[in-house]
Design a protein around this ligand. Structure first.
Ligand SMILES: Cc1ncc(COP(=O)(O)O)c(C=O)c1O
Length: 347
C-alpha cells in the first residue's frame, strides 16, 4: 500500500530521534526550567530574526491554535478565519472553550484563502462597540490553507493591514508552515511578524517531530498571558526538555525546510502525473502549492485504487492525497502508475 492519507501518518525523522536521544542524559529541571527550553527561545529568535520572540512548546496543533487564540482575544471577541480553517472545522470548538466563549466567524475567498475585499466588507458591517454583537478581535490565517494553497507575504500583509485598522491581532495556523516557507522560498520572518503577524502556531509533528509543536509569539502581551494559559490547559509538561530538544533540532540547519522540501517535491511530481491523466477524467480540484492535492476522478477508478493506495476519500468522485517527509520518489512513481492503470482500465 502506498501511503498518501496524511503527513500525520509518517514516522519521526532520524535527526529528531537523535535529538531526543541526546537530551536523554542525566537530569534536568522540570516544567521548562531546563537549559534546552531556555535555548529554544534563542533558536526561535535567530530563525525568525526577531529579538524578543518567545516559544511555548505544546503537544498538538489544536492546543497551539486554541491557546494562541485564547491569549489574543477577549471572551466577547470573534476570531475571523476562512470557513475551511481547521480551527472552525476540526478542533471541536477548542478555541471557544479556551477563549471563554469567543466565537469563530468565516470570511470566504477562493482557493481556501481569505479575500481582502470580503474581509473589509465583513468588518465594515460590524456594529463596533455594540455588546449585542461579538467584536472581531483576531484574524487567523492558515498557511498553507487546509486545501494546500498559499498566501504570498505581500498578500498576508494586505490582510493584516486591514485587521490592524480595526485594532485586531493576527494569528497564523502554521501546522505546515515549513511547507509554506520551503515553497515560497522566503524568510520565516516574511510570512510572520514582518507581514504583521503577532502569533504563530508552529507545526512540527506532521513534518517529522513526535507530538511536539510550539507557539511562537512576537507580541509580549500575548506571551505573558500564555505563561498562565498553557499551564492551566495542561501544556506545561514536566519533561518539556524533550519537546524543546525536538523543536530546536527541527529548526536547526534548516532541517524543517529540508523535510518539507521533500514532501513538496514529491507532491509536485505526483500532481504532474495526475494532470497528464486529464483525458481520462482526472482533474486537480485545487492549486497544488505544497504537499497536498485534491483530485477528482471517476468513482470506479477510486474504487479500484482503494486496495492499492491509501488516501482520504472526500466524496464518491474525489480524494485528498498528501505526501510527507518520508515519501520517496519510488512511492510517487508507483502511485502515479496505479492511478494511470486505474483510470485507463476503468475509464
Ligand atoms: C491546518 C491544521 N491546523 C491544525 C491542525 C491540528 O493539529 P493536531 O491534530 O495536532 O491537533 C491540523 C491537523 O490536521 C491541520 O491540518
Amino acid at each position: 500500500m502506498i501511503e498518501l492519507r496524511s503527513d500525520n501518518t509518517a514516522g519521526v525523522a532520524p535527526e529528531i530521534l537523535a535529538a531526543l536521544q541526546a537530551a536523554n542524559t542525566g537530569s534536568a529541571l522540570a516544567y521548562g526550567g531546563d537549559d534546552l527550553t531556555a535555548h529554544l527561545h534563542d533558536v526561535v529568535r535567530t530563525v525568525f530574526e526577531h529579538p524578543t520572540a518567545r516559544a511555548f512548546p505544546v503537544t498538538s496543533g489544536t492546543a497551539a491554535n486554541s491557546l494562541a487564540l485564547s491569549a489574543s482575544t477577549p471572551p466577547w471577541g470573534a476570531v475571523l478565519c476562512h470557513p475551511s480553517a481547521h480551527i472552525v472545522t476540526a478542533e471541536g470548538g477548542a478555541t471557544s472553550m479556551y477563549g471563554g466563549g469567543a466565537v469563530m466567524q468565516g470570511v470566504g475567498g477562493s482557493h481556501a484563502l481569505i479575500d481582502p475585499e470580503r474581509l473589509r466588507s465583513a468588518l465594515d458591517k460590524v456594529r463596533w462597540g455594540d455588546p449585542h454583537e461579538s467584536q472581531p478581535s483576531v484574524l487567523s490565517l492558515t498557511l498553507p490553507s487546509d486545501f494546500g494553497t498559499l498566501y504570498r507575504p505581500d498578500e498576508i500583509a494586505v490582510l493584516t493591514g486591514i485587521a490592524r485598522e480595526r485594532g485586531m491581532r493576527v494569528h497564523v495556523d502554521g501546522a505546515r508552515i515549513a511547507n509554506a516557507v520551503a515553497a515560497l522560498g522566503c524568510s520565516p520572518a516574511d510570512v510572520t511578524w514582518r507581514a504583521g503577524v503577532d502569533v504563530l502556531s508552529l507545526g512540527a509533528t506532521k513534518n517529522g517531530a513526535l507530538s511536539a509543536e510550539a507557539i511562537v509569539v512576537f507580541d509580549d502581551r500575548i506571551a505573558d498571558e500564555l505563561v498562565y494559559r498553557t499551564k492551566r490547559a495542561g501544556h506545561v509538561t514536566s519533561k518539556m526538555r524533550f519537546q524543546s530538544a525536538q523543536v530546536t533540532a527541527y529548526l536547526t540547519d534548516e532541517l524543517w525546510l529540508r523535510l518539507a522540501a521533500n514532501s513538496n517535491q514529491r507532491m509536485a511530481e505526483l500532481a504532474t502525473e495526475l494532470a497528464s491523466l486529464a483525458p481520462y477524467g482526472v482533474r486537480l480540484q485545487e492549486r497544488v502549492d505544497v504537499n497536498m492535492a485534491f483530485v477528482e476522478l471517476p468513482s470506479t477508478a477510486i474504487d479500484a485504487l482503494a486496495s492499492e493506495v491509501l488516501f482520504y476519500r472526500m466524496s464518491d468522485t474525489s480524494a485528498r492525497l498528501v505526501t510527507s517527509w518520508q515519501t520517496t520518489a519510488e512511492d510517487v512513481a508507483a502511485a502515479g502508475a496505479r492511478f494511470r492503470e486505474a483510470v485507463t482500465r476503468t475509464g
